[in-house]
Structures are given as structure tokens and as C-alpha cells.
Design a protein around this ligand. Structure first.
Ligand SMILES: NC(=O)c1ccc[n+]([C@@H]2O[C@H](COP(=O)([O-])OP(=O)(O)OC[C@H]3O[C@@H](n4cnc5c(N)ncnc54)[C@H](OP(=O)(O)O)[C@@H]3O)[C@@H](O)[C@H]2O)c1
Length: 225
């Protein structure tokens, strides 16, 4: 049983399909119902099944309810792929708008904490709990105009690596994955004039993310990618 956030398109959708291909039942979440339905169709085509969970990660109460509702419905959670991300707008730090700041901090950082809080207990009682969080090299290499996005991903990395330290002696394996540049809507929003043709596709990076979810995975507290 797997949960993938940001599964309505892009890297999250491709990862959910890859996990389906590996035989997992995948709970897919995002705000866009139509996108989730497309991902659902693709998962069904692999012979696996999905459950749609439309929600806004900015609503902490809804995120907090995920763990208990998964336990009630399925009795377990083996895999968390925390992939959803918000870019905001590329702009100098003094020009970041409060609305964009709230969105980026809310999705990239606060929702990560809510997800760990609500899914952590289930992942820790699983036989081979696996958690993967999608990050970016910008978290470790600040770049002009990417401040809100980079700062929240740096915070995400710190939070996740701290949790990895706390769970080192358990069966749970927790890792970060940096996909590099991938042709998605987020990338197109950041670089509107860029030709996406030579860029990696979500389906190119999804297998490496899914590999971090396998029971055989031994890495822990690593930044992979
Ligand atoms: N593409 C790249 O080059 C690149 C590089 C490094 C890291 N990443 C990371 O990769 C991850 C996936 O991004 P992507 O490139 O695949 O972008 P994307 O295609 O724009 O997908 C972003 C996903 O996040 C979801 N999301 C955003 N805000 C949300 C909210 N408030 N509530 C619930 N879901 C929300 C979106 O769903 P809805 O809009 O339907 O809610 C969508 O499914 C992100 O964490 C991103 O930072 C991407």
C-alpha cells in the first residue's frame, strides 16, 4: 500500500504508475480530480489499482486525517512518496509576495511535517516502511530568484534528515530524491521559454524513485539522484 502526493501530473503521476507496475495499490492525492483520474487510468492499465484522495495540502487538518483514514480503510501504509511541490514565482527575495510565500512554505515545508506526523506511525509498524521525499539541488546551492522554493526545500531536507536520524534503528528507510531537471508544468512555469525536448521526462526518473520504495532498499538518510 503506497501513498503518492502530487500524483495528478508530472513526476508524482509517473511514480504512482511505476509503483502500480511493481504491484502496489496506490493512494494518489492532489487537488486536480481530472489529473488524478488520468493517473488512475494509467495505473489500472498496469493491472494494479488506485484510490483517489483529492485534497489541498495547504489544509493541515485534511493532511492530518490521512493516516487515520488509511488505517481505517486499509489497515496499513508501506510507502510514502512525498512529491507535491509548489514553485511560487521566481523573483528577488524582497519581492516575494506574501501569498506566494504562504503557498510555497505551506506545500513544500508545512505539509511535509503534517505528512510525517500522520503517516509516520503507520510506516514504522510496516514490515518494510519506505518514505521518499522529492527535493532539488537548489536546496544546497542557492540561486538568484529561487529563494522561496530553495529555502523551503532546504527546510524539507533538514526535517527529513532529522527524522531519518530519529528512525535509524527501526525498519523504516527514509530518503530524499533529487530528480534533476525534468520536463513538467513546474519546470515550464520556472522557465517559460525553454525547449523541453532535450529534458528528462517524468517517466525517466520514476523508476529510481520507485526503487527507493522497495523492501530491499537499505539506504537511509541519503540524498539520491
Ligand atoms: N521538474 C523539475 O525539474 C524538478 C526538479 C527538482 C525537483 N522537482 C520536484 O519534483 C516534485 C514534483 O514536481 P513536478 O516537476 O512533477 O511538478 P508538477 O508537474 O507541477 O507537479 C506538482 C504536483 O504537486 C501538486 N500540488 C501542488 N500544490 C498542491 C497543493 N496545494 N495541494 C495538493 N497538491 C499540490 C500538483 O497537483 P494539483 O495542482 O493537482 O494540486 C501536482 O500534482 C516537486 O516537489 C518539485 O519541487 C522538480
Amino acid at each position: 500500500m503506497a501513498l503518492v502526493t502530487g500524483a495528478s501530473r508530472g513526476i508524482g503521476a509517473a511514480t504512482a504508475v511505476e509503483l502500480g507496475r511493481l504491484g502496489a495499490h496506490v493512494v494518489i492525492t492532489a487537488r486536480t480530480q481530472g489529473g488524478l483520474e488520468e493517473t488512475d487510468d494509467a495505473i489500472r492499465a498496469t493491472g494494479s489499482a488506485a484510490t483517489l484522495l483529492p485534497l489541498d495540502l495547504l489544509d493541515g487538518d485534511q493532511v492530518d486525517a490521512i493516516g487515520p483514514s488509511l488505517f481505517e480503510r486499509f489497515g496499513r501504509l508501506d510507502i510514502l512518496v512525498s512529491n507535491a511541490g509548489a514553485l511560487g514565482r521566481l523573483t528577488p527575495v524582497p519581492h516575494i509576495l506574501p501569498r506566494d510565500w504562504a503557498d510555497v512554505v505551506g506545500v513544500n515545508l508545512a505539509a511535509t511535517w503534517h505528512l510525517i506526523r500522520t503517516c509516520g506511525p503507520l510506516l514504522q509498524i510496516a514490515d518494510a516502511g519506505r518514505a521518499v521525499f522529492i527535493t532539488t539541488g537548489l536546496a544546497r546551492a542557492p540561486k538568484a530568484y529561487w529563494g522561496a522554493y530553495g529555502a523551503t526545500k532546504a527546510g524539507l531536507e533538514h526535517l527529513v534528515l532529522t527524522w531519518a536520524e530519529e528512525t535509524r534503528t527501526t525498519r523504516l528507510r527514509v530518503n530524499l530524491f533529487d530528480p534533476g531537471v525534468v520536463a513538467t508544468r513546474l519546470r515550464a512555469m520556472a522557465m517559460p521559454g525553454e525547449d523541453p525536448t532535450p529534458l528528462a521526462r517524468p517517466t525517466d526518473v520514476a523508476p529510481a524513485i520507485a526503487a527507493l520504495c522497495l523492501p530491499t532498499e537499505t539506504r537511509h538518510g541519503a540524498v539520491v539522484g
